[in-house]
Design a protein around this ligand. Structure first.
Ligand code: GLU
Length: 555
């Protein structure tokens, strides 16, 4: 009885401003009214302003897991480590997510505002809630103030290292655990700094089995660490305590987070047990790796690898649909097969499964993503390419945007070359890459040219070919007629009009029809490899063709 009074005094001293109870919060944030099996998931980044590929994958999976079940996916900002906050950090994250259609149902919508009735969705504004929960523990004698200074903790650690003992604040090493309530009260009254620690009820020698959605059952020793719940300086919670309070009150059902949290899994399980709260399910995700230039498998690094930053895809103009297809491919091992069997179905019809996540980590292969992107872009209509490219260039290439805007029909026809067919041409990797493939079609870019004719390099010969073509064969009314004329020209000029004849007896000719076409192609585009030359010529039209030929001869 005496101790109860003392604990009350201690708790009031530690948390003088708490005037609510846990029950009050339970009422404010009731169980969600969702259909059976609906998942409530979240993305919980620090406000660092950007999203790394690993986090995007995690957010993508959480979002998909909720969407599949008509659940809720929300964004919670974890800013208890204020060192990691940057200006406009939330907006940056939201933009990165939005670029891939990951739009939370609840949570922060800018630096200051949120939507949803389970907020605040930013931890620094939830202090009072954490303190209420922590005060409860102090009242129950399940948490205590710890006054140990940094030097004392370091000393303990050194002793543990020397004696080859487990590192940490536990058992007899947990000095402040044995302070009497009276002593603790006195120290606080004397103005000593303190953190609040859990009085862990666990025994390290007991084994527990915890279930991970990705890895299955994992055996751990029970937690006996008196972990810090509330920090001393800003009185904000640690990750462990915030996770308990937030994910309980926001009624999260599935926690998707990095594997670096596996080691603390027993701590979190213990916290939920102490409060007798319903435990969420956990999916711990492996690292996102890559094989680097030297063939070494290593972590995808935001410092070293441009493909690790999510902004990169947006800036490069890799279509978000392609990124999403790729994310789904690396998220669930059965997705590719599903897609092969259901080529016309939307990704939203695929059912995400935590159990189909690779436990050993994910290999990120940017070239595979580029291939998906190439395939995706090849299947779009020319008008879609035009519209999307317009949006892209508006943000990233104003000059090209103006050109496209003023030449809608022409540009669309260019994009339509070898498109909308059973085997469409697959050359655009991204929206930024399109210009590399079409620039020569626009006079604005057809300047400062270098012609590389590869085989027929003699200037006089090139001139003869071009002049003969312009004089006699400039007729683009029909592709077959046009090609026959080119062949006829070859015969006249001493080139083999038939490849077979040429291969049989190359000495008899100056070259072949392919070499003659290359001269025309290079003269008109400077490139040896382009889509169909006839289509290109048709689009350029007679006068531009002549102009370019003259330009080439005079170069
Ligand atoms: N803020 C934590 C992190 O970025 C969140 C982990 C979690 O999702 O629980 O690692």
């Amino acid at each position: 009885m005496e101790n109860e009074k003392e604990l009350r005094e201690l708790a009031d001293l530690m948390f003088p401003n708490v005037n609510k109870t846990i029950e009050d919060y339970e009422k404010m944030y009731p169980e969600r009214n969702l259909e059976d099996g609906a998942r409530v998931t979240r993305f919980a980044p620090s406000p660092t302003g950007f999203v790394h590929m690993g986090s995007l994958l995690s957010a993508f999976e959480s979002c998909k897991a909720a969407r599949d079940t008509n659940g809720i996916f929300y964004l919670r900002i974890e800013d208890t480590d204020q060192k990691r906050s940057v200006e406009n950090g939330i907006v940056g994250i939201l933009n990165d997510l939005k670029n891939f259609d990951i739009i939370p149902d609840e949570g922060m919508i800018n630096e200051y505002e949120s939507i949803g009735s389970y907020g605040p969705y930013i931890q620094s504004e939830r202090k009072e809630i954490y303190h209420t929960f922590c005060k409860y523990l102090v009242l129950k004698g399940l948490a205590y103030p710890c006054f140990c200074k940094e030097e004392e903790l370091n000393e303990t650690r050194e002793i543990q290292e020397i004696n080859k003992e487990r590192i940490g604040y536990y058992g007899s090493f947990a000095k402040c655990r044995s302070l009497t309530t009276k002593e603790a009260i006195q120290k606080i009254k004397d103005g000593e700094e303190y953190v609040v620690r859990l009085k862990s009820p666990g025994n390290f020698n007991n084994k527990i089995v915890l279930h991970d959605e990705v890895r299955g059952d994992i055996e751990f020793p029970e937690n006996d660490l008196d972990i810090v719940l509330i920090k001393s300086t800003d009185k904000l919670p640690t990750y462990h305590f915030a996770h308990l309070v937030d994910d309980h009150l926001m009624r999260t059902t599935h926690i998707t987070r990095g594997e670096e949290w596996i080691a603390s899994f027993p701590i979190h399980d213990q916290l939920f047990s102490i409060f007798n709260f319903k435990k969420p399910k956990y999916a711990h995700l492996g690292l996102v790796m890559k094989i680097d230039e030297n063939g070494v498998r290593r972590k995808l690094s935001k410092r070293k690898d441009k493909e690790a930053s999510v902004e990169y895809y947006h800036k490069e103009g890799i279509p978000k649909e392609a990124v999403k297809l790729y994310l789904m491919t690396i998220a669930n091992s059965n997705f590719e097969e599903w897609l092969d069997n259901n080529p016309d179905k939307d990704i939203s019809e695929f059912k995400f499964d935590f159990k189909k996540i690779s436990a050993s980590g994910t290999l990120f292969d940017v070239n595979k993503l580029f291939n998906i992107s190439k395939n995706y872009l090849s299947r779009l209509k020319a008008t879609e390419i035009y519209d999307n490219l317009l949006t892209y260039t508006k943000e990233f290439d104003q000059e090209f945007y103006d050109i496209l805007k003023n030449n809608k029909e022409y540009a669309t026809l260019i994009f339509n070359i070898e498109r909308e067919s059973v085997k469409p041409r697959k050359d655009y990797i991204s929206y930024s890459d399109i210009k590399n493939h079409v620039w020569y079609m626009f006079d604005e870019y057809f300047t400062n040219l270098t012609y590389d004719f590869v085989k027929i390099t003699n200037k006089e010969e090139i001139k003869t070919i071009i002049e003969t073509y312009v004089d006699k064969y400039l007729d683009l009314s029909d592709k077959d007629i046009w090609f026959n004329k080119i062949k006829e020209m070859c015969d006249t000029l001493g080139y083999a009009s038939n490849m077979k004849d040429y291969k049989k007896n190359p000495e008899a000719y100056k070259g072949s029809v392919a070499d003659v076409s290359t001269v025309l192609r290079v003269a008109l585009t400077t490139k040896t490899n382009t889509p169909d030359l006839y289509e290109i010529m048709k689009l350029l039209g007679d006068s531009k063709i002549k102009e370019r030929f003259i330009k080439c001869i005079n170069a």
